[in-house]
Design a protein around this ligand. Structure first.
Ligand code: FES
Length: 87
């Protein structure tokens, strides 16, 4: 599990192992555009302000992964305990 924090409100949400960050956000009525839910389309790409994503998508280039300033919440996880998102 890891936490996501909304940069705008400071709200912290727990992402359990059996849910994606996207699912957790949608359950909170936070509107994230998405399509494939499988790391392919890039529709859900979200800016990361703090923390180190564990990238699981096939959309970004390796250099984009290494920059760690965005991630795909439909499938990617986090290497740090918390990711602060620009939403
Ligand atoms: Fe397609 Fe996340 S919804 S990459």
């Amino acid at each position: 599990a890891f936490e996501i924090q909304l940069g705008s409100s400071g709200q912290i949400l727990e992402v359990p192992a059996d849910k994606s960050a996207l699912q957790v956000l949608l359950e909170q009525d936070i509107d994230i555009p998405y399509s494939c839910e499988d790391g392919v389309c890039g529709t859900c790409l979200t800016r990361v302000l703090e923390g180190e994503p564990d990238h699981r998508d096939l959309f970004m280039e390796p250099a984009e992964h290494a920059a760690n300033d965005q991630f795909t919440p439909c499938c990617s996880r986090s290497k740090s305990k918390r990711l602060v998102l620009d939403i």
